[in-house]
Design a protein around this ligand. Structure first.
Ligand SMILES: *Cc1c(COP(=O)(O)O)cnc(C)c1O
Length: 343
């Protein structure tokens, strides 16, 4: 019996098609601007999200941090959601790399986002830092993979722009949002100055993310990527897999259906609470407080039965569906969790 790995969509392994594309890839020294496959990936990605230019980076974290570097100056303030990846999971990088202060705002992913954004921008008072940037996250990881609609993004973008604050979107899973909403991804990415998305999550590439924006912005970002040690040489080997990954966007719908199936099964388990309204993409958050176990104990119990998940808070467990789990895997996981509970 094989283990069903629902820890993250980052665990997907490259497909045979990706490995073949990697083997065939034409390459060159990308720091010299001579890798045709990297160039092709950057052009394809920029076009896909409706931006002038794009940059291939080693990870989503690198993409976000290069964006913060390129949008801000020392001592600036950056508005983020209080549960955002940039605030929560990026090792305090904005303080270390950009010397900026993060302003975590509760509710920046919710219905009052535009008003909260407007209210958080600093005025001209001599005591205040200058607000340079606001970051949105779509889909939102710690808020259960929930989506932000084009209209909600538009309102935040307009509020920020009116105050001369740039908007960056951490769109690690922006294609999940587009697929869930049934919109073109450009309908989301047109409401920001820059967007980062991951090739290495649900899209299944082994390595890499994309940062996209204006040509001038990406030129500055490219220099910051070099500063961080992210100037890679024959990176076309990796970009080739990314190009294959970009052709698989539509299949994310399957991951969403699987998450729904899992969530409905989990919601039936005594002691487990799932907010089904927030299961909008490929992430399921389950509150296991009612089982008498904490999240770590629950995750350990599931592991013994062959299902892997991660803790997401003292009593919160996260499950993520992805290409390498089939419908029957998800059904089996649901049966393991559901029928017997985990006790
Ligand atoms: C995964 C993730 C990132 C970072 O991606 P890495 O490639 O793991 O560095 C950034 N933002 C969000 C919302 C993510 O889920």
């Amino acid at each position: 019996m094989h283990t069903i790995d629902l820890r993250s969509d980052t665990v997907t392994k490259p497909t045979q098609e990706m490995r073949e594309a990697m083997a065939r890839a034409e390459v060159g020294d990308d720091v010299f601007g001579e890798d045709p496959t990297v160039k092709q990936l950057e052009e394809t990605a920029a076009h896909l999200v409706g931006k002038e230019a794009a940059l291939f980076v080693a990870s989503g974290t690198m993409g976000n941090q290069v964006a913060v570097l390129a949008h801000t100056g020392r001592g600036n303030e950056v508005i983020v959601d209080a549960e955002s990846h940039i605030f929560y999971y990026e090792v305090g990088a904005p303080a270390v790399l950009s010397a900026v202060q993060l302003r975590p705002v509760e509710g920046l992913h919710g219905p009052d986002a535009a008003a909260l954004a407007a209210g958080a921008v600093r005025g001209p008072d001599i005591h205040f830092p200058e607000t340079a940037l606001l970051c949105l996250e779509n889909t939102h990881n710690r808020r259960g993979g929930t989506v932000m609609t084009p209209d909600a993004m538009r309102q935040v973008y307009l509020a920020a722009r009116e105050r001369e604050v740039a908007v960056h979107v951490d769109g690690a899973r922006i294609f999940n949002a587009a697929v869930a909403l049934g919109v073109d991804v450009k309908d989301l990415t047109c409401w920001c100055d820059s967007v980062m998305f991951c090739l290495s999550k649900g899209l299944g590439a082994p390595v890499g993310s994309i940062l996209a924006g204006t040509g001038e912005f990406i030129a500055r970002a490219r220099k910051y990527r070099k500063l961080l040690g992210g100037g890679m040489r024959q990176a076309g080997i990796l970009a080739a897999a990314g190009l294959v990954a970009l052709q698989t966007v539509d299949r994310l719908a399957e991951d969403h259906a699987h998450a729904r199936l899992l969530a409905e099964a989990l919601a039936e388990v005594p002691g487990v609470a799932v907010d089904l309204e927030r299961v909008q993409t490929n992430i399921v958050l389950a509150d296991v407080a009612g089982t008498g176990m904490n999240a770590a104990q629950y995750v350990a119990a599931l592991r013994e039965k062959g299902v892997l998940a991660v803790t997401f808070g003292p009593h919160l467990v996260r499950f993520v569906t992805h290409r390498d789990v089939t419908r029957s895997d998800v059904e089996r996981a649901a049966a393991i969790i559901g029928k017997a509970g985990v006790s």
